[in-house]
Design a protein around this ligand. Structure first.
Ligand code: ADP
Length: 221
């Protein structure tokens, strides 16, 4: 069955919004790219389904573009916090179901949260955390923070656990975390059976409390 394509609008085509727009478009999604700067819009005509010049604080402009019908709208306005807040407010008033907004600082975050932004993103901070995790562990390949306490990590299986089954490892009982999937080359085994054996260099996708994940990483593998 063909994958259902989602409709996205990206407001603000700086480095952050621009990357999101290009990536979504390359994945085959419908993307409406919006910026008030005409040279940005010209640059993005080739990386979006439609690229239009508009000021996102102009409610009528948003309405005439039919932004209310989009499933996802990404607000990627960099420095101008006031504009970002007003844009988000208009989008939520139009009942856009998923409004994702790039935040500049904690004050901005707080206001966005209050006015109903569905997801607030701090790209530099998030990336910084991920890079630090990569730098300090040879086993951690990727890292997603779910909350202050919980995360999902992608760990490179070591020789120590080569050919061990999930029962042998008993990660949940011993470390309180869960192996969600095992990646071997292109193959991803989601919800692996307890009898499944791990090979060295497999990638383990593990969810748990940060302390538990650290214990598993340090002592269990
Ligand atoms: P980044 O840090 O991701 O590079 P920038 O601050 O450079 O972000 O880019 C933000 C983009 O948002 C700019 O291209 C700017 O023209 C656009 N922008 C700012 N205000 C508005 C607005 N009211 N309506 C539409 N686009 C806007």
């Amino acid at each position: 069955m063909a994958k259902k394509l989602k409709q996205f609008a990206v407001i603000g085509l700086g480095r952050f919004g621009g990357s999101i727009c290009k990536e979504l478009y390359n994945m085959g999604h419908q993307v409406l790219a919006i910026d008030k700067n005409d040279s940005k819009v010209n640059e993005y005509t080739q990386f979006a389904t439609h690229a239009v010049i508009a000021d996102s604080t102009d409610e009528k402009a948003l309405q005439s573009l039919g932004v209310r019908n989009f499933e996802y709208v990404i607000v990627a306005i960099g420095d101008d916090i006031q504009t970002s807040i007003l844009t988000t407010l208009l989008l939520k008033e139009m009942n856009v179901p998923n409004v994702w907004v790039k935040a500049q600082n904690s004050y901005h975050h707080k206001v966005l949260d209050k006015i109903g932004a569905d997801r607030i993103i701090h790209p530099e901070q998030d990336m910084g955390i991920r890079i630090a995790q990569h730098l300090t562990s040879e086993k951690i390949v990727d890292y997603i923070e779910l909350s202050d306490e919980y995360s999902i990590v992608e760990l490179l299986a070591t020789a120590k656990i080569h050919n061990k089954s999930l029962i042998d490892l008993d990660v949940r009982a011993k470390y309180g975390c869960t192996i969600l999937a095992i990646k071997r080359g292109e193959n991803v085994n989601v919800s692996p059976l307890p009898s499944e054996r791990i090979l060295e260099k497999d990638l383990l996708i593990v969810i748990g409390h940060k302390n538990d994940l650290k214990r598993f990483e340090d002592d269990g593998m």
